[in-house]
Write a protein that binds this ligand. Sequence first.
Ligand code: FPP
Length: 255
Amino acid sequence: MNVKQVRDLWKLKNAEKIGDPAKLPRHVAIIMDGNGRWARQHKLSVSRGHRQGTETLREIIRHTDDLGIEALSLYAFSTENWSRPPEEVAALMQLILDFFASEIDELDEKNVRILILGDKSALPEKQRETLIEAERRTAGNTGLHLNIAVNYGSRAELAKAAREIAEEVLAGRLKPEEISEETVSEHLYTAGQPEVDLMIRTSGELRLSNFMLYQNAYAEFVFPKVLWPDFTVEEYDRCLKEFEGRGRRYGGRTE
Ligand code: FPP
């Protein structure tokens, strides 16, 4: 049996839980919120909350890959997160190293292509090198696009795209009237990937927090109340089922 046949069989077996495989989103984005509150609830340090959140992350990546979803984007560290206490920032930076050290072999084996969304140049050297190596190692893979946002802000991404487009115009390779929505998409980190279909933010917060503003233009939003460390594969399936039931009109009408 090839990989596709295994996936099809898996989907068939799980059809009741996830519904119609044809209605699965192509691209899921997740704001993994609630690690701090989970830690407080359990009288643990915030860093321990983030560590528990990383366990959830592993399960959700595996499940997304098993389902054959094309792209998964995860908000791990925003440009605003640098303002958190130094020990929390250090813990998150360490978790990034630990995550790639323990997962890279399996992800590569599963044909996952890793892409870091965000400005890697401002990261500590070890983290920068680890992320660059993960991208390099998996660049030729053809499976799930796993986008991990680190030092990411959507406005910064759009400003970067604008600068690159302006440079093309200055160099005479592009005329201003030729700039289209596709031109902008091609200059985002996610160039070549489908736009986000389903955006999940855990913990009951109802904000986008500067995450993939352009890519989310027509995304469906689901806001489960559960805190990220408590988010399970079953909860994820419920989000996918809810997505399946949404009528998507893209501003038009369906009869
Ligand atoms: C938001 O919860 C979560 C973050 C700022 C970090 C998310 C990171 C991980 C789940 C793990 C690290 C990532 C990788 C790739 C290893 P919060 O702390 O703002 O929660 P709160 O609102 O309850 O305080």
